[in-house]
Design a protein. Structure first.
Lengths: 269, 284
């Protein structure tokens, strides 16, 4: 059992570098700390390295340079124990739509691995509690593909938090979801942070949502461009200007990269 | 002739007992294969088993044991290769299938042609199963079902989303290796029943049918096992009464159940009153 002290930062990243395919620098000297009950918004354009950063935090990628600590312990040395305190919702989870499990079964997956042994009644209680928090108790016997996109995201959130994690990592959880559903979803995130005291890292392109939800912001585009209070970032016009310029540069860089990789896809003109 | 009269024959008792055992393991393993979009993996492994059987017959060893060894080694090897050099799953199926068949064909040509034994493995020979075979099939089936029962939540989560299962602390790699060994053993164990050429039908059809019914994973698995057992029992009885190949009768019964399910669903959906879509309201 891992001894997690309340004084330790939830996440502590020190001089993190990662080379994709051992050659392309994707994360360039990223350092930041996240304290308890923070709601950290991670923003950056496509290809900025947000998902790579999450994969380092979760110990999925191991060949990075630098230090990644969760709850004061190095992730690569204590991966299993540390991840039992983390809930994760990946970007565009590739779920087989004909998967026959019902919502109750899917949410209960979150208890596997994180808790060594648990009774059936404990599992039932935890699943019910998670379903109540995300508002899906009336859908427990439905299949995943019978739910709307927003409801499916709520199922994945419930699964990620069913084992009472201290940290929830959400990687662009609202991509492909309509505005109304997004608003309800963000309300749920706020509730989890404020009422359940879960520290949350949320990556999103929706700057408006991040400005309303997050108390801290990290703006990355391969490098760390800003880390600090959300109000300082969103209150500074120069910061926002830099963000949009940086996003445009990345967009152009990706376009050039794709054009080099797939020259036949270039327009003929 | 009544069903009870058929059961008086020792070979029919053995056929039905081993048939029910094989039906249960094929559908249990098959559910995970179908949901992982590896439906043809069973077919590929049965062709590898064919290579293993040929090795046994060529070397004058008991062919089932060489088939077990060859199939398990090949399945583990291809899984390791797929992991390390990222071969697409359908390509790994193609490699397994053609390599297994090639080994078999080369050994057959070296030994001067097909023997009667090899034919019985190609098309199934449930009516020739000995008491010893029945004991081994039942023992292995109980062991496979017990391991699946222990691992089924983990396997279900890995099948649902491998990446998230890994993040939850599940040893995905180990679970996948164990599963692939179980799948290899299942295929070889079932070969006597439906033969190399039709084994994938017993792995795929009951599960495809059950997924059309299912409301939960456990219920789907139970329905699939039920359909597989009904197919095997009916297939064996029909084969006896109509004097046709048992493997063919079993597979055709599975196909008939699948088609009936589709037609029933179509009819039910067409006469059921249409509902207005439920509004997507988040209840607080």
């Amino acid at each position: 059992m891992l001894n997690i002290t309340s004084a330790s930062p939830i996440v502590e990243i020190d001089h993190l570098y990662y080379w994709y395919d051992s050659s392309v620098l994707t994360l360039d000297d990223i350092s930041f700390r996240m304290e308890q009950a923070d709601l950290l918004g991670i923003i950056g354009p496509n290809g900025a390295g947000k998902t790579t950063l999450f994969n380092c935090i979760l110990g999925i990628l191991t060949d990075y340079r630098g230090t990644v600590k969760l709850f004061g312990k190095e992730i690569l040395k204590n991966r299993k124990a540390l991840l039992s305190e983390v809930g994760y919702v990946p970007q565009n989870a590739s779920i087989e739509q004909s998967f026959p499990a019902n919502i109750e079964e899917i949410i209960s997956f979150g208890l596997l691995g994180s808790i060594e042994k648990y009774s059936r009644s404990y599992a039932k209680d935890q699943v019910l509690k998670a379903m109540q928090i995300v508002g899906l108790t009336d859908k427990k016997n439905k299949r995943f593909n019978e739910l709307s996109g927003g409801q499916q995201q709520r199922v994945l959130i419930a699964k990620a938090m069913v084992h009472n994690p201290k940290l929830l990592i959400l990687d662009e959880p609202t991509s492909g979801i309509d505005q109304e559903t997004q608003d309800r979803f963000y309300e749920l995130i706020r509730k989890l942070n404020a009422e359940e005291k879960i520290s949350i890292i949320l990556s999103s392109h929706d700057l408006d949502a991040v400005s309303k939800l997050a108390n801290k912001v990290a703006c990355i585009n391969r490098k760390m461009h800003f880390h600090g209070e959300a109000k300082d970032f969103f209150g500074d016009e120069n910061m926002l200007k830099t963000y949009y310029e940086s996003a445009m540069q990345t967009h152009l860089r990706l376009h050039q990269f794709n054009a080099k990789s797939n020259p036949q896809q270039l327009p003929s003109t | 002739m009544t069903i009870l009269e058929i059961l008086e024959f020792g070979f029919m008792q053995r056929a039905l007992i081993s048939g029910i055992a094989v039906a249960a393991i094929c559908s249990a393993i098959g559910l995970f294969l179908v949901l992982r979009k590896h439906s043809l993996f069973g077919d590929a492994m049965s062709h590898v088993a064919f290579g293993g059987l040929s090795i046994g017959l060529f070397l004058n060893l008991y062919p089932i044991w060489t088939a077990y060894a060859f199939t398990i080694i090949a399945a583990l090897g291809i899984t390791k290769m797929t992991d390390s050099i990222k071969i697409p799953p359908d390509s790994s199926v193609a490699i397994l299938l053609s390599s297994g068949l090639a080994v078999g064909i080369v050994l057959i040509s070296l030994s001067g042609g097909f023997s009667l034994d090899l034919f019985s493995f190609l098309f199934g020979s449930i009516l020739l199963i000995s008491t010893q075979d029945t004991i081994i099939i039942v023992f292995l089936s109980i062991a496979i079902l017990a391991i699946i029962a222990i691992m089924y939540r983990r396997l279900m989560y890995i099948t649902f989303d491998e990446k998230q299962a890994g993040v939850s602390g599940i040893n995905v790699k180990l679970a996948n290796y164990v599963f692939i060994v179980l799948a290899a053993i299942t295929v070889v164990t079932s070969i006597r029943l439906v033969g190399v050429l039709l084994i994938s039908a017993l792995i795929v059809l009951p599960n495809i049918t059950a997924i059309l019914f299912g409301r939960g994973f456990k219920k789907t698995a139970m329905i699939s096992i039920g359909i597989a057992i009904v197919s095997v029992v009916c297939g064996i009885v029909i084969s006896y009464l109509a004097n046709v190949s048992p493997a063919g009768a079993i597979v055709l019964t599975s196909v008939a159940i699948f088609l009936c399910t589709i037609v029933t669903r179509k009819i039910r959906n067409s006469i059921r009153p249409k509902k207005i879509a439920e509004p997507n309201v988040h209840k607080k």
